[in-house]
Design a protein around this ligand. Structure first.
Ligand SMILES: Cc1c2[nH]c(c1CCC(=O)O)Cc1[nH]c(c(CCC(=O)O)c1C)Cc1[nH]c(c(CCC(=O)O)c1C)Cc1[nH]c(c(C)c1CCC(=O)O)C2
Length: 380
């Protein structure tokens, strides 16, 4: 038996055997690979899913999206269900991720924004002053009903495959709201953070409540795990992350913490931030391609499972080279005793050949467990 994480309060550290597991937590048969792995139990196969697995790399997605905008498609539970299911059907991945966007709850409360194809989120009235904050309030009852409806439909369709719910972390959302759109250096955002701390903290607190409501809605409707995307937090020095960002991310993560769903906390370029991101709240730490998974795990001091971390750029490399890199990730993940979920280090690039992802999934499933170093024999 592999070692398990200390903070699951279900008696896993007791020397005395726990009571017989209920069907939903049985190590084999009843428990899906993703949920077993993130709880530090031996999965029946190494679980794999991909950030941005639904979307523009799939021809069937492009077909469904003809004539309808991204945000309008996110408001239609039938389309959300179809698009979320597409990669599950095609790849036999071990989790679905809710087809939506980090900006969807902002749109639901009436923020004037669009997702421009090839560009990303664009905000009509960027947040630069206290008056601009008026756009941001808590969602009112009913405003997230389309999210509930979509998740309920999906959970029924998915059967045992778990649905991962998600939201944007406050910093990543703030970067779009303050800049007005995507940015390379986040200059206005950082200037507000250090130059107008009161405004900044009020903005972050409001975004934390909005994202938490979006996440809680998904969990209440049946999502079995969550991922908080702080995609752009890696642009910050540790000091600023800890003082200006971490408390707000923590309040989002705490909002679902008591519900017992595993929480994945992810960002890009976060090698130096990983311990603080775990401190903010995480059961699983998402790692990009810059660090080996076992190094990342050591940096955070153990305690959490890891997710990642194949460089998405390598998906265009010749298959034998790519396959060896997939195996390297599996070996490093296998050295993490608290559990590994295979993923990319960031989202699927739009030009990815779906057949390559299919081969990656098959390789992870076929070779993943065998590539792990044998567990040390029990002593005594
Ligand atoms: C930063 C961020 C956003 N959105 C998201 C993040 C965090 C993840 C990350 O770091 O990549 C999260 C997101 N966005 C989308 C999902 C769906 C689920 C999945 O992962 O498959 C998820 C989890 C769909 C989407 N979100 C978006 C698309 C493409 C829209 C289209 O089809 O035209 C999809 C499928 C648009 C979007 N939305 C956003 C960006 C930067 C873009 C890309 C712009 C572009 O290149 O076209 C904001």
């Amino acid at each position: 038996m592999r070692s398990r994480r200390p903070h699951y309060a279900d008696g896993v550290n007791d020397p005395v055997p726990s009571p017989a597991p209920s069907p939903s937590t049985a190590p084999t048969g009843g428990e899906t690979p993703l949920l077993a792995a993130v709880a530090g139990r031996e999965p029946s196969r190494v679980p794999v899913w991909f950030m941005r697995q639904a979307g523009r790399s799939l021809p069937e997605y492009k077909k469904v999206r003809e004539g309808i905008s991204m945000l309008d498609s996110c408001a239609r539970p039938d389309l959300v269900t179809e698009i979320t299911m597409q990669p599950v059907r095609r790849y036999d991945v071990d989790a679905a991720i809710f087809y939506s966007d980090i900006m969807v709850p902002l749109r639901a409360i009436g923020v004037d924004l669009d997702i421009v194809p090839g560009t990303g989120p664009v905000i009509a009235r960027p947040v630069r002053s206290a008056e601009d904050l008026e756009q941001l309030r808590d969602p009112e009852p009913g405003e997230l009903d389309h999210i509930t409806a979509a998740v309920e439909l999906l959970v029924a369709e998915l059967g045992p495959t778990p649905l991962i719910g998600f939201c944007g972390a406050p910093f990543t959302l703030a970067s779009y709201l303050v800049e007005g759109g995507p940015s390379k250096d986040y200059a206005r955002t950082k200037a507000m953070m250090v130059g107008a701390p009161d405004l900044w903290h009020e903005l972050m607190a409001r975004l934390a409540r909005i994202s938490a409501a979006f996440l809680r809605t998904q969990v209440q409707a049946g999502a079995r795990a969550v991922q908080v995307f702080d995609s752009w937090a890696g642009s910050l020095p540790v000091r600023d992350y800890r003082s200006s960002v971490m408390p707000h991310s923590a309040s989002v993560l705490t909002a679902v913490g008591e519900r017992g769903v595993p929480r994945i906390h992810f960002g890009v370029g976060t090698s130096e931030l990983l311990p603080s991101m775990v401190e903010a709240g995480a059961d699983v730490i998402g790692v990009d391609w810059r660090l080996d998974l076992d190094d990342a795990w050591r940096r955070v001091g153990g305690g959490v499972a890891v997710q990642g971390n194949l460089d998405p750029a390598l998906l265009t490399a010749p298959w034998p080279v790519l396959a060896e890199r997939v195996r390297d990730v599996l070996r490093a993940g296998g050295r993490v005793p608290t559990g590994h979920v295979f993923n990319l280090g960031h989202g699927v690039p739009p030009t990815t050949d779906p057949d390559v992802l299919a081969r990656v999934v098959d390789l992870v499933h076929e070779e993943g467990l065998a590539l792990r170093e044998p567990a040390e024999p029990a002593r005594g």
